[in-house]
Write a protein that binds this ligand. Structure first.
Ligand code: ZN
Length: 326
């Protein structure tokens, strides 16, 4: 198989989270000479496969084979690799079967390496990610197999191939706010406590506002409201409570600071605030071996010096970083 055939094979296998469609078995067979360890947890499939070429650093390529459901609105079968004008279309072509095909083929064709090469794959990145990469890393730590460097082959280009790599990301804090009022009749507002009116006094000062100023690597943390609901869909009764959900993507601001931000505006109101940490922020130094070598490789192939970005969404690099791996 060449890389295009391999890529098409991955695309044409339906792997909606947490199903791997048998791909982890296929990749194990595709890489003879590599030692495979399966770290399946409940219905999630995880594969770690490695080969020690010589003494030296351990470089691991990581990723996921699962995709989000195809949804509606496709012109072609989402699970058929459709080729047009030099592009290949299919569910997960970008995120991230293109990346997986690239590193699987690279590892297969590697004849020499100063150290150990490995691949870590999961079928649970797009889902809860509770039994995926993090569980595999825990296993690798217990068995002294943790890599020195990990490259997660998620798509990161902004406009042109090679123009950006991610060296970190912001963490994510989720907020669930309940403002408690007192139900009443619209004709007697003085007898009720209307949580909609209470929130609306300060809503403009909170929505989309920067909680911190950011720094050289990360943009400011914003207070992003994702849901507000209250009332009984009637015009003559004011509600008993109001629920609001929000999210803060941040490196600098902690849960304590989110709490004081909310308290500053809702001071004096009867409310409950629950916060959960979706993920913690991380950043890899840009002068480390892995970043320097990726920069060089990209420049030699594309002629572009990639930007070191920390913007955008999540990846399993968040788990890798927690194990102190670049
Ligand atoms: Zn992805």
């Amino acid at each position: 198989m060449n890389i295009i055939e391999l890529f098409k094979k991955l695309l044409e296998t339906k792997t909606e989270t947490p199903n791997d469609g048998g791909l982890l078995d296929f990749i194990t067979t595709y890489l003879p000479g590599y030692t495979a360890i399966r770290i399946d947890v409940e219905d999630v499939k995880n594969l770690f496969i490695y080969k020690e070429f010589s003494q030296g650093d351990h470089l691991c390529f990581a990723g996921h084979v699962d995709v989000v459901p195809a949804g509606k609105g496709w012109d072609t079968d989402p699970y058929e690799a459709y080729e047009k004008d030099g592009y290949i279309y299919g569910r997960g072509a970008q995120d991230m079967k293109g990346g997986v095909a690239s590193f699987v083929q690279a590892v297969k064709e590697a004849e020499h390496f100063n150290g150990t090469l490995s691949i870590l794959l999961t079928s649970d990145e797009e889902g809860e990610a509770l039994h995926g990469t993090v569980k595999a890393l825990e296993y690798l730590k217990e068995n002294e197999l943790l890599p020195d460097y990990v490259v997660v082959a998620e798509p990161t280009c902004e406009k042109n191939f090679g123009d950006a790599i991610k060296v970190g990301r912001r963490g994510s804090i989720n907020g669930y706010l309940t403002i408690k009022g007192k139900q009443g009749h619209a004709a007697y507002p003085e007898k009720a406590i209307n949580p909609i009116h209470q929130l609306s006094q300060v809503l403009g000062e909170m929505a989309g506002v920067n909680i911190d100023d950011g720094d050289d690597f990360f943009s400011p943390s914003k207070f992003i409201i994702t849901d507000i609901r209250s009332g009984m869909e009637v015009t003559n009764v004011t509600p008993n409570e109001l629920k609001m959900m929000f999210n803060v993507r941040t490196t600098i601001t902690t849960q304590t600071e989110v709490r004081s931000f909310v308290a500053k505006y809702l001071n004096g109101l009867d409310y409950d605030l629950k916060l959960t940490q979706g993920s913690y922020p991380f950043q890899t130094d840009t002068n480390t071996k892995v970043v320097e070598n990726i920069d060089k490789a990209i420049e030699s192939v594309t002629g572009i010096k990639p930007k070191h970005s920390t913007a955008g969404g999540t990846s399993d690099a968040r788990f890798v970083a927690q194990f102190g791996i670049d």
